[in-house]
Ligand binder design. Structure first.
Ligand SMILES: Cc1cc2nc3c(=O)[nH]c(=O)nc-3n(C[C@H](O)[C@H](O)[C@H](O)COP(=O)(O)O)c2cc1C
Length: 222
């Protein structure tokens, strides 16, 4: 697969088939993804790769915690700026509306939307779950490095016929995750990621995210 094909075919998958993914495939993906560049070669990424019962147990613990705390804990970092301005606010709104529209869930049906969103905390059915952490001392540069690593994971997954769902939604379960995975206090839980085979029949996977035209964000000179 060409890099351009991997980039063009990567999309966030929110319904996976239960089919198992070989552990060695995931390890190969992670090993190569770590060829990502990082300022000063700090390689600030840390990953917990969860398979089988280990993955199921995190999903179970989260479901248990939801009984007393349906929306989770306040995340340890701001997932979005508190006052999201334009054009970002509208972009966020549009992808949300487009996604729920694929399943015919209207804005008013908060319960149905919440139920679907909660699927995040079951990796949307993906058989492999990653939990990604970063040392608290790290600054913006290292968070960007981490993003490059995660993009590598997502693109390499495509080469293996796999799809992914990056998930900041896991950040609201940092206490549950920290305790279960014994994450040291000096690390912050950044996100999770479901990896598996896409359920192409599920309408949500037909959600096509738009991108702003080049002229909106590129300034060309010379
Ligand atoms: C770091 C990161 C965290 C994300 N967290 C979530 C999440 O918790 N739940 C979710 O459904 N999508 C999540 N997404 C997916 C974005 O909504 C998605 O990338 C965006 O809408 C563009 O769609 P596409 O990935 O299909 O191109 C996340 C994406 C990134 C990069």
């Amino acid at each position: 697969m060409k890099v351009s094909e991997a980039i063009a075919s990567r999309k966030t998958i929110r319904a996976f088939k239960p089919d198992a993914v070989p552990r060695e495939t995931v390890m190969e993906i992670l090993r190569l993804a770590a060829r990502a560049p990082s300022g000063g070669n700090l390689q600030p990424w840390k990953v917990h790769a969860l398979f089988g019962e280990a993955r199921d147990e995190l999903v179970r613990l989260t479901a248990e915690a939801r009984k007393t705390n349906p929306m989770g804990e306040a995340p340890e970092y701001l997932i979005y700026p508190p006052e999201l301005s334009e054009p970002y606010k509208s972009r966020r709104f549009r992808i949300g509306e487009a996604m729920y529209a694929t399943m015919g869930i209207p804005r008013e049906d908060k319960m149905a939307r919440l139920k679907f969103f909660a699927g995040n905390w079951a990796f949307f059915g993906a058989p492999v779950g990653l939990i990604v952490t970063i040392d608290r001392m790290m600054q913006q540069g290292q968070w960007a490095d981490l993003g490059m690593f995660l993009q590598n994971v997502m693109l390499l997954a495509r080469e293996h016929g796999l799809h992914t769902c990056p998930q900041e939604a896991w950040a609201v379960w940092h206490r549950v995750i920290r305790e279960y995975l014994e994450v040291p206090q000096n690390e912050m839980i950044f996100c999770g990621m479901g990896i598996g085979y896409a359920d192409e029949e599920h309408p949500v996977n037909g959600c096509a995210s738009e991108r702003a035209p080049l002229e909106e964000w590129v300034s060309v000179r010379g």
